[in-house]
Design a protein around this ligand. Structure first.
Ligand SMILES: Nc1ncnc2c1ncn2[C@@H]1O[C@H](COP(=O)(O)OP(=O)(O)OP(=O)(O)O)[C@@H](O)[C@H]1O
Ligand SMILES: [Mg+2]
Length: 481
C-alpha cells in the first residue's frame, strides 16, 4: 500500500515539475535562450562563408542587387523573429512593413538549407549573406535567382514603390549624396489641363521611348530622352514632371544645382542615379542667371549629353524646366541635347474648360460664353491661379466661375499691363498646339491672334530681352564652354 502511494506521489511530483518547467520555459524567455545556445553550439560544428552585398559598387553606382535583397528581406516571415525589427507604414493605409534594423540578423530557409542575412551599417550600408560551406555549391546560385525572380522589376510593383531622390550638399562622412522619400505625387496626365492633342503626343513619345532600346543602340545613341518644359510660373510644369514619372513608373531624381559644388560633384551625382528614372533640373534659367556654384557650363552640357553614358545615362528621361526659354544658352537647347520642347502657356478658354471639368465637375455652364469673351480680349491667368479659385469655391460652380471672371477682369488686366513683356518675350505667350513630336521638335506654334499693339510691344521687349542675353553671354559660364 505504501509503495502504491509512493508511486502516485512520484507521478504527482513529476507532473507538477513538468508543468512548472513548461510555464518557466514558455512564459519566460528561457526557451529562446536554450534555442539560441543550441544554435550557437550547432554553429561550432559548421564552417560558414559570407557574401557582402554593398549598396554601391566600386564606381559608386547603385548596386541593383542591394535594392532587391532589401525588398526580399521585407517579405520574409522570419523577420518577425528577429531580435530588432523596424515597423514602417506601407503603401496602403493599414499596411505595416517590417524592416530589419541595422546590424541585426534574420534567418531564411532555402532548399532545406539555412542562410543568414545581416543588415550591416558601419558608415556604408551592406547586406551580408552567410551560408554553410557545405550548402554553398548547391544553393547559392538558385537562391540568388530566387531573389531575382521574386523581386522582378515589374512595372506594377514599381508603381507603389517609386522614390523621389533629392541631392544634399557634399559631406565627407557619407558616400550617399541622394536622400530619398516615397514618391506619391497624385498628378497624372488626366489631371493636367492641357490640349488633348499635345498630351497624347507626349504619351506616345514616352511609350515609344520605352520600347526603343534596340533602336537607340543600333544608332549608337544613348537610350535617353530629354524634355524642356517652359512657360510662366504656375502653368503645371512640375505637375507634368510628376505625371511623367507616374506614367513611366520611374523614380525621380530632383537635382538642385545650387547644391552641386563643382563639375566632378555633378558627375558623381549622375553616377549614383539608377536606370528607369526621371532626372529633373527645375528652374534651369534661374540657376544659369544666378549661378552661385563652381559648376561649369561644359559639365552641364556633358551631363545633358550623358557623356558618362553606357553606365549612367541609359534608360533615363531628363527633364529641364524653365520659365523663360530665351534666357537659356542656345547650346543647352540644341537638338540632341533637348529632344522635345513643351510649352506651358497661361490659361486659354479651352484650358479653363478642362480645369472646370476636373475641379468643379462642370462640362458646360451659362457663364462660359462670358468667360470665353474675356479670354478673347487677351486676359489670362495661370492654371494655378484659376485652380486655386475653383478649389476655394468648389461647392458652388457659379460662384467659382464668377470669381474667375472677376479675377480675369481685374488681376488679369493688371498683369497684362505689368507682365505683358514677360509673356510676349516667350516667357508666357499664349500658344496653341501644332506640330508633331520630332527630334528637337517644339510642341507648340505661335498663336496668330496676337494683336497689333502686342507686336509693337513685342519689338520693344525683344530689344530689352536682347540686352539681358548680352549680359548673360558675358557671364563666366560662357568661358567654360
Ligand atoms: N495645366 C494645369 N492643369 C491642372 N492643374 C494645374 C495646371 N497648372 C498648374 N496647375 C496647378 O497649379 C499648381 C502649381 O503648378 P506647378 O507647380 O506644376 O506649376 P509650375 O509651372 O511648376 O510653376 P513654377 O514655374 O512656379 O514652378 C499645382 O497644384 C497644379 O495642380
Ligand atoms: Mg515648378
Amino acid at each position: 500500500m505504501e509503495l502504491f502511494f509512493r508511486f502516485f506521489y512520484v507521478i504527482f511530483i513529476g507532473i507538477c515539475f513538468s508543468w512548472l518547467l513548461r510555464i518557466l520555459l514558455f512564459r519566460t524567455g528561457l526557451i529562446f535562450i536554450v534555442k539560441k545556445w543550441w544554435a550557437n553550439l550547432e554553429d561550432c560544428f559548421h564552417v560558414y562563408q559570407s557574401f557582402r552585398i554593398p549598396e554601391f559598387n566600386e564606381t559608386s553606382q547603385h548596386n541593383h542587387l542591394y535594392r532587391k535583397v532589401s525588398a526580399y528581406l521585407t517579405s520574409l516571415s522570419s523577420l518577425e523573429d528577429s531580435d530588432y525589427t523596424n515597423l514602417i507604414t506601407g503603401n496602403k493605409p493599414n499596411d505595416v512593413i517590417l524592416r530589419l534594423d541595422s546590424n541585426q540578423t534574420v534567418q531564411d530557409n532555402f532548399l532545406g538549407a539555412k542562410v543568414f542575412w545581416t543588415n550591416e551599417q558601419n558608415g556604408s550600408r551592406n547586406f551580408v549573406l552567410k551560408i554553410r560551406k557545405a550548402d554553398k555549391r548547391r544553393i547559392l546560385r538558385p537562391y540568388l535567382q530566387h531573389i531575382h525572380t521574386l523581386t522582378a522589376d515589374d512595372n506594377e510593383q514599381r508603381k507603389g514603390d517609386l522614390k523621389l531622390f533629392m541631392n544634399s550638399k557634399p559631406n565627407n562622412h557619407s558616400d550617399t549624396r541622394w536622400k530619398s522619400i516615397q514618391f506619391k505625387h497624385p498628378s497624372t496626365f488626366d489631371s493636367i489641363a492641357m490640349e488633348t492633342d499635345l498630351k497624347e503626343k507626349v504619351k506616345s513619345d514616352l511609350e515609344s521611348f520605352l520600347k526603343s532600346k534596340q533602336y537607340y543602340h543600333r544608332l549608337g545613341r544613348v537610350w535617353k530622352r530629354s524634355y524642356l518644359l517652359y512657360g510662366p510660373s504656375g502653368t503645371g510644369k512640375s505637375s507634368f514632371v510628376a505625371a511623367m514619372a507616374n506614367f513611366l513608373s520611374y523614380d525621380v531624381y530632383d537635382i538642385d544645382l545650387f547644391k552641386v559644388s563643382d563639375d566632378s560633384d555633378l558627375k558623381f551625382l549622375l553616377l549614383q542615379t539608377t536606370s528607369k528614372s526621371v532626372i529633373v533640373v527645375e528652374d534651369l534659367d534661374r540657376f544659369l542667371i544666378e549661378k552661385s556654384s563652381a559648376l561649369s557650363l561644359s559639365a552641364l552640357l556633358n551631363f545633358m549629353d550623358g557623356i558618362l553614358t553606357s553606365c549612367c545615362a541609359e534608360e533615363r528621361v531628363m527633364v529641364f524646366t524653365v520659365n523663360c526659354k530665351e534666357q537659356v544658352e542656345p547650346a543647352i537647347l540644341r537638338p540632341g541635347r533637348i529632344d522635345v520642347h513643351i510649352h506651358f502657356p497661361l490659361c486659354d478658354f479651352s484650358a479653363f474648360k478642362n480645369l472646370a471639368i476636373n475641379y468643379l465637375g462642370v462640362k458646360d455652364h451659362k457663364l462660359f460664353p462670358q468667360v470665353e469673351e474675356i479670354f478673347q480680349t487677351g486676359a489670362s491667368l495661370s492654371p494655378a491661379e484659376i485652380s486655386e479659385l475653383m478649389i476655394a469655391n468648389r461647392n458652388s460652380p457659379s460662384r467659382a466661375i464668377k470669381s474667375v471672371i472677376s479675377a480675369l477682369q481685374t488681376d488679369g488686366d493688371r498683369r497684362r499691363v505689368s507682365n505683358i513683356g514677360r509673356r510676349l518675350s516667350d516667357c508666357g505667350s499664349r500658344k496653341s498646339v501644332a506640330e508633331s513630336i520630332e527630334s528637337g521638335g517644339v510642341l507648340c506654334s505661335e498663336n496668330t491672334q496676337t494683336g497689333k499693339e502686342f507686336r509693337k510691344l513685342y519689338g520693344f521687349l525683344r530689344m530689352k530681352s536682347n540686352k539681358i542675353s548680352q549680359s548673360f553671354d558675358s557671364s563666366p559660364i560662357r568661358k567654360d564652354s
